[in-house]
Design a protein around this ligand. Structure first.
Ligand code: ADP
Ligand code: ASP
Ligand code: MG
Length: 813
């Protein structure tokens, strides 16, 4: 004998009810009990109609009409025309009584809990009647039995308590007498011993089915719903969640207590006592295996699932009078229990001076009022403060039987939340050590669930969410590289890199699922108007874990927003040198904010494009070395210029070529004047631990004064042309001396300088080709022979790959 329960989501419409019939017909060789919920959404409508009626809003009757329409339509689609009239008239008669009840509430302007239960019970009474008639019309040996005659409760309306002994014997007696193969019963509804209609609490049809299964010692209780089992987290919020194949009763109870709505929490008890397994199955994918809930089987799992209660409030009672006065907590809990307000969680923030508990959001106002009334005397005497209520919170809980025997899970949980800037308001650990729960802000729920799921269930696949600003030379190459590497990164590095937002100076576009990178240009061109602040706001709104802002611009305004990103735990990766080479205070502040908020701030491409210069320096310093001297050729653009400039070409032509080939900054004067090199040596000195500013660097520029003073790019080129002679002189002098021209940056004893130098043959810098860079680090460990990093130091492709490397560093962080 089996009990099957079909939820509102499985019987919402006629087509779905037909699927339910097929499932049942397949099992009809044995005796079955089928418990059904109201047609999906009907209970909500009935509650709404009752509330409107009670507040004298005539709109209640529109809702009553909608309820009527749904049922009539369902009958017309399920039952052959010739058999419809009797069924329609019976249902209409029931609906008329419902109308009368609602009208009564409307006229009095009030609704009692008892009347409300009577009204909402129509949902299940009508659905079970229609479904049983449909089954009979399809030739099944089915009969309807009213659960109100079997399940007897007390009179706590809205969530009545079942008298198990009486209900058990009623069920057993009925079972003995009944002849039909399939018994259909309404879920959720029951009656008090005085004969009044009661209900078992929202989601309570599961419980009806469990009580019947327990009473009849069923071989299995099957809960049929719209998902393929109990998942590792709510599948509507966590795409990667998976159905759990086996789970213990206790784990299932804990997950459902903390919000896994797929099973109503009290459901477990009646079947647990008898050892009856529960199977959760998907009505719409009936071949999926689903979840089996049964006695604990140890299989090495620690965390079995993650649940959340989406909206709760914390109540804190505190004051000097709490110490030493016995019975305060007893009174506190008693007043809540008398009002049937359930305490969802007691936090570890509770102490002798204070008690802190969580209740459902909708109970908060009443709880506040009742507690303040109960402690009126102590509050008036300033022994206790009025209760503090914090709303808009949620609970997130890790659940697993084996968690208690594993150390470090809570550490992992809290550091994962911390890294993602999920603020933890309170913590609780169940006495059974089967759960660890945290109270967080409501708006962080999705991010928290996904980051914890990633950490505990996803074979370490980590999602990185990128917000890319600037898609010129470098940015567009970066996007191409990401597109090409996406599959490789997923497979080999377990990184799922998604670009969520893209912006250039004109437009910006976003996609919550990741912008499809094959057509990003088209999507961007059709995007909304660009705005750097709005771009930042969007990144905040998405509130994704592992978010990274990428700046491929050379804009000071964009650099000004880094701090805001970091303060919201969004990492920043940039090839823009402005932030690190402006005020020392600003640079130090960004570093500090990055540490404080656990948000990496990486700018490897600020020096030497993709070459691992800053990263190497960081490792030297972290391992205790000290930088004494740096000598470097750091301008790929100047190197390109002086490697190509000779008596056959004019200086301005070569500069133009460098610009066209992407070797210069957008404004070539920044390179030619040496400012770009100054910024780079400044950053290296700062990263080496020295406090210097750009004004401290000596710059002996080779440019004539008039070129330095030009106001725009055109004027700059014109002045280069006018001064061709002086450039030729510089070239000829070097050639005569057998030297090459290199723009050298130097840092020693806290002093930095940059300038054009003649490099003789045999020097480390002499053979530097094309746009190559070279850096020599002389340190306490590398004294005679420096540590050398050398290679292509400019160009969009290598710069993009340097940014990409920073992104991957964050992925491995
Ligand atoms: P029914 O109408 O069948 O009773 P419910 O809506 O009460 O269905 O429960 C099923 C829903 O529970 C799913 O659609 C899903 O959104 C939600 N849910 C929340 N947490 C979980 C979880 N851990 N596993 C599966 N479903 C969950
Ligand atoms: N129909 C009721 C509700 O929506 C009971 C149930 O579906 O389990 O809460
Ligand atoms: Mg349900």
């Amino acid at each position: 004998m089996k009990v099957l329960k079909f939820g509102g989501t499985s019987v919402a419409h006629a087509d779905q009810i037909k699927q339910v019939k097929d499932i049942i017909a397949d099992q009809a060789s044995e005796r079955i009990f089928v418990v059904v919920s109201a047609l999906g959404g009907i209970t909500d409508l009935l509650i709404k109609a009752a509330e409107l009626a009670a507040s004298r809003d005539a709109g209640y009757s529109d809702i009553a009409r909608e309820v009527e329409k749904r049922h009539i339509e369902t009958i017309k689609k399920l039952i052959p025309v010739t058999k419809q009239s009797g069924i329609l008239s019976k249902v209409k008669a029931e609906l008329n009584t419902l109308d009368t009840l609602l009208e009564g509430a409307f006229l009095i302007g009030e609704i009692t809990p008892r009347l409300l239960d009577r009204i909402v019970s129509y949902g299940e009474l009508l659905s079970s009647f229609i479904i049983s008639q449909f089954f009979v019309s399809e030739g099944l040996d089915a009969a309807l039995k009213d659960s109100r005659e079997l399940i007897i409760t007390d009179e706590s309306y809205g969530k009545a308590v079942v008298n198990i002994d009486v209900s058990n014997s009623n069920c057993q007696e009925y079972f003995k007498k009944a002849k039909e193969a399939i018994t259909i019963l309404p879920g959720f509804v029951a009656s008090s011993s005085e004969g009044n209609a009661t209900t078992l609490g929202r989601g309570g049809s599961d419980y009806t089915a469990a009580v019947i299964a327990g009473a009849l010692n069923a071989q299995v209780l099957e809960i049929w719903t719209d998902v393929s089992g109990m998942y590792t987290a709510n599948p509507k919020l966590v795409k990667q969640a998976k159905a759990i194949t086996h789970i213990s009763y206790e784990e299932a109870m804990e997950l459902s207590h903390f919000g896994a709505k797929v099973l109503y929490p009290p459901t477990i008890q009646p079947v647990l006592d008898k050892g009856i397994p529960i199977l959760i199955k998907n009505t719409f994918k009936d071949t999926d295996p689903g979840t089996r809930i049964e006695l604990n089987k140890e299989d090495g799992h620690t965390v079995r699932g993650i649940s959340h209660v989406p909206s709760i409030a914390l109540l804190t009672l505190e004051g000097p009078g709490m110490i030493g006065i016995p019975g305060i907590s007893k009174r506190f809990f008693e007043v809540l229990s008398l009002a049937q307000i359930s305490v969802v969680l007691i936090t570890q923030a509770s102490s002798e001076h204070s008690i802190c508990i969580g209740v459902a959001d909708e109970d908060a106002a009443l709880a506040e009022k009742l507690v303040n009334e109960a402690f009126e005397y102590e509050i008036a005497a300033s022994k206790i403060k009025p209760v503090i209520v914090e709303e808009d919170l949620a609970i997130i809980a890790l659940v697993g039987d084996q968690m208690k025997s594993h150390q470090g899970l809570s550490g992992k949980m809290f550091s994962t939340l911390g890294k993602n800037n999920v603020n933890i308001r309170a913590i609780a650990q169940g006495a059974s050590e089967r759960n660890i729960s945290a109270v967080i802000r409501k708006e962080d729920v999705k991010k928290a669930l996904n980051s914890l799921h990633e950490e505990f269930f996803e074979e370490n696949i980590k999602q990185l969410n990128l917000f890319v600003m600037g898609v010129g030379n470098v940015g567009s190459k970066l996007i191409r590289q990401i597109e090409q590497q996406q599959q490789y990164l997923k497979k080999n590095l377990k990184l799922n890199v998604r670009v969520i937002g893209i912006s250039n100076s004109r437009t910006m576009c976003f996609d919550e699922e990741g912008v499809p990178l094959k057509k990003w240009e088209e999507l961007l061109a059709n995007g909304q108007k660009a705005d750097a602040v709005e771009f930042f706001n969007k990144a905040l709104e998405f509130n994704f874990r592992n978010s990274i802002f990428i700046d491929n611009t050379a804009s000071a305004d964009v650099a000004d927003i880094y701090e805001n990103y970091l303060e919201n735990s969004i990492a920043v990766v940039t090839c823009n040198k402005i932030a690190c080479s402006s005020d020392l205070d600003k640079y130090l502040r960004l570093k500090e904010v990055s540490r404080e908020y656990n948000a990496p701030f990486l700018f490897e491409t600020n020096v030497g494009a993709g070459l691992p210069i800053i990263d190497t320096l960081k490792h030297l310093i972290a391992s205790g070395d000290k930088v004494r001297k740096i000598q470097a050729v750091l301008s790929g653009s100047l190197n390109f210029v002086f490697n190509n400039f000779d008596s056959d070409n004019t200086f301005s032509e070569i500069v133009k070529r460098a610009q066209e080939e992407g070797y210069t900054e957008p404004d070539p004067k920044i390179d030619l004047s040496g400012i770009d090199v100054m910024r780079k040596i400044l950053i290296l000195a700062r990263e080496s631990g020295y406090s210097i500013d750009i004004e401290d660097i000596k710059n002996q520029s080779f440019l004539p004064e008039e070129s330095l003073n030009t106001k725009n790019i055109e004027a700059f080129y014109a002045s280069l042309e006018r001064n061709e002679k002086s450039f030729q002189e510089i070239y000829t002098r070097a050639e005569k001396d057998g030297c090459k021209l290199k723009y050298v940056a130097q840092f020693e004893d806290g002093e930095a300088s940059v300038g054009l130098q003649q490099i003789p043959e045999g020097h480390d810098f002499y053979k530097l080709e094309g746009s190559d860079n070279i850096v020599l680090f002389f340190t306490d460990r590398y004294t005679e022979q420096p540590l050398v990093v050398k290679g292509a130091g400019a160009g969009a492709d290598v710069t993009a790959s340097g940014i990409f490397a920073d992104i991957i560093r964050i992925g491995n962080f």
